[in-house]
Design a protein. Sequence first.
Length: 320
Amino acid sequence: MAVDFATKAVLDQMVSAGGKALHESTPEEARALGKAFAAMAGPAPTMARAEDHEVAVAGGVVPVRVLVPLQGARGVIVYLHGGGWVIGAIDEFDTMARKLAERTSCAVVVVGYRLAPEHRYPVAVDDSYAALEWTAAHLKEITGRDDVALIVAGDSAGGNLAAIMALRARDRNGPKIALQVLIYPVTDANLDRPSCTDPENQLILTRDAMVWFWDHYAPDASRRAEPDASPLRAASLAGLPPAVVLTAEYDVLRDEGEAYAERLKEAGVPVDFKRHAGQMHGFFTFLLLPGSERGFQHVVKAVRACTIRHSQSQPAQRAN
């Protein structure tokens, strides 16, 4: 099917507004565009608690925002935002994260990992893992219990980081992750897959933009094959937590996301996969689009099922 009507309307508005292509912009100009998109998110659900913290890392700190929904939290989602490792910030994903918290009945920890080109690969990976470990150590403070499900999730470059968090946690005997939610993730630095070169997919995200992102994030091309950059190239995906993988029909990243889902399945990892027809890259976080609601319904259902399974697997909590 063609790109859906609502998506086409957004694309037409962007064309009429003019402006530079992303790959012709400076990082500062691209970040301003990201803020403009965030302003379209609409009203944010009220939370029981919204707290900002800082996680100490080598060379600085990583901000995290803890969002706890009014009904309490039966799990915790560590959310890693998209933006090609170059753009994006906690405030720009606040409304989306609040909606995710409200709909899933989970606390959401949004991670403000440091951005390229000021902080190149693997800083974003190290920052994200530090935030994951911090969250795992503070489950009781966040939810009132220390035995709730811990989930990693992210979109686009954040999906890349979420996949890598699952790999790192496995390989380093790190936090026990109950579910990984990968929303049109970057999984490989190979930019010559059919979906990446297809003219019909050069919409809000283009192949040229991905070249620009990779050049800012990991300018040493020889390092892009490392699993901490391209998780599809990990030697094994066995033993990873169950995965939810969403892709978009009209997305340059479609093929690499679907290749990752297939490799997970081949490794024996349970995978809940769906290609969202008529959607472009970014549909999940464009909250005004009908496709975003369908993506949310998919993720919410999977997260709720995960928290129920996890709760049923835990011994009964003794009263204090």
